[in-house]
Design a protein around this ligand. Sequence first.
Ligand SMILES: [Zn+2]
Length: 320
Amino acid sequence: MDKMSECEIVKDLAIPYTEGLINPKSKEFVDVHLSTCNNCMKYYKDIKSDIFKEKYNEVQEDKIVINQFSKINKKINILKICLISIMIIVLIIASLLFAKYQKNNNVINRSYNQIESMKELNNYKLTVKTIQNNFDTNDQMNYEEVYYYKDGKYKIESDNSIKFYEDNSYEKICVYHDLKQIDYYKQDFIEMTKGDLIGIFSCVLNYKEMSSTVYNLALTIREERYNGIDCYVIRFGDKNSYTDTWINKASFIPVRVVNEVYSDFYREEIYTFQENVVNDLDVDKEILNSEQYKDYRKNEIDNNFKERTNSNKDLQYLFK
Ligand SMILES: [Zn+2]
């Protein structure tokens, strides 16, 4: 074999040799030739570095693909965490809102049921103290009314007047101390039926309507002491005004309603409710025949609704 054809054979074997895919005898032949032929040796070195580069590039490409996958994986994980966090936050908010809804509903329902049951009572006294300030005109009012109810008879007493009613009666009596006058009314409509007085707690009756709807969430309830009584305070308000209804935590009877229009108007009603403290004399109109009232002028008044209005009987509530 001449030198030239040996070189060609050695060059042909370059790739299998470099990758170690050559039998020992051929390897020995190549090694011997390379040790004597610089030309082939250079060729082998070039091949080696080409293969190395190729492999290196392959590895790099693999690395890039792996990197891209792991980046996508990371993004998916971040997305998952975000979604789960959002779901947890939504769940927390929803359960807080639901807890608020339940609490509002519970307090208002219990108070409403208490008031409804009070309408059936036959003996009670209700004192209503009113404080009213009008900041515009600087008017201040401060007065007290006492409502007595026993077995169908009412007496409503204030500083200046006394009124007597009976359930389902067509009569009422109004006494005016400043005028020294007693008006005996005969009317063609019934002014009072049993339980009407308890309507003074209309604050809670209105909330009852709201509490089972989404408006429930417009109400807030806090707990506070008033006059030594632990109370729930239901607030309905905005930045201009509020109404606070104070409800005795133990009895669920309202004890106070405060209504304020900021820097304009303030009104407060304080309720004291007592059961079984009224005696027959408290609601007896016979007292008007006593010595105390002998100077009072007595008028009989026909208060006939139909004659005065000629209109629908349903409008009677206007004159209550
Ligand atoms: Zn050679």
